[in-house]
Design a protein around this ligand. Structure first.
Ligand code: GSH
Length: 227
């Protein structure tokens, strides 16, 4: 019998990049240490990490060997491939994989559209930039409002089309890692988590919010968020 490796996931005490990995671990009923550090601890830890970024995942195998990995999407794919006994979260079959990867690519495109507006408002905090220039706050506001007005409806339209075609999840009748990544990505827009991004930003997209409700009703996810 092969024993499951011990997994420790280190990130900040937020959802963001680590949440899709946590969701893959939760969905596959894989025990893990959910290690959350604060920004002060991060200052000391950053120079010791391979790429100066979190999340990091440490895997301790049954033979005692230990390896640490970066890159959240790689972690999510690995967890799903390795631990999903139903083989439906990220099947190895090439045709299914292509469908899943297409949706993951679409989600990445949305992230690229959002990140400039997000990071301009946060980089003084994360990277310690000495950031007070005139018009900064107004620029952040303008960029975030432009995202909500132009890019968000475009991506919600794409997501709606995909979900209407299946009537269930992004790639068929079962959730895959594409659903996990997009759920983690969209929850942010329902929480009032960023300035100028209202908690009802997704209300105009009922097909997408109904899918979010479906995801939140999955027993492991429901328990994870204590819903
Ligand atoms: N491609 C990486 C990106 C990781 C990343 O951007 N991490 C950010 C937080 S979301 C970070 O560690 N920022 C702190 C820093 O750069 O000092 C991944 O998906 O894991």
């Amino acid at each position: 019998m092969s024993l499951k490796p011990k997994i420790s996931l280190t990130y900040f005490n937020i959802e963001a990049a680590a949440e899709k990995v946590r969701l893959a671990l939760v969905m596959t009923n894989t025990e893990f240490e959910d290690k959350r550090i604060n920004f002060e601890e991060w200052g000391a830890m950053k120079p010791t990490t391979p790429y100066g970024q979190l999340p990091l995942m440490t895997v301790t195998n049954a033979d005692g060997s230990v390896k640490t990995f970066a890159q959240s999407v790689a972690m999510m794919r690995w967890v799903a491939r390795k631990f999903d006994s139903t083989n439906s979260l990220y099947p190895a079959d090439a045709d299914t994989m292509l469908e899943i990867e297409e949706v993951l690519g679409l989600s990445d495109d949305m992230t690229k559209a959002w990140q400039p507006a997000l990071y301009l408002g946060m980089r003084h905090m994360i990277y310690g930039y000495p950031e007070e220039w005139p018009e900064k706050e107004a620029t952040v506001k303008r960029m975030r409002e432009a995202f909500l007005k132009e890019a968000l409806p475009k991506f919600m339209g794409f997501f709606t089309q995909k979900l209407e075609a299946t009537g269930a999840f992004f790639c068929g009748d079962k959730p895959t890692i594409a659903d996990l990544q997009i759920l983690a990505q969209l929850r942010y827009f329902t929480k009032g988590a960023a300035d100028h991004v209202p908690a009802d930003s997704l209300t105009p997209y009922p097909v997408v919010t109904a899918w979010m409700d479906r995801m939140h009703a999955i027993p492991q996810i429901k328990a994870w968020y204590k819903l």
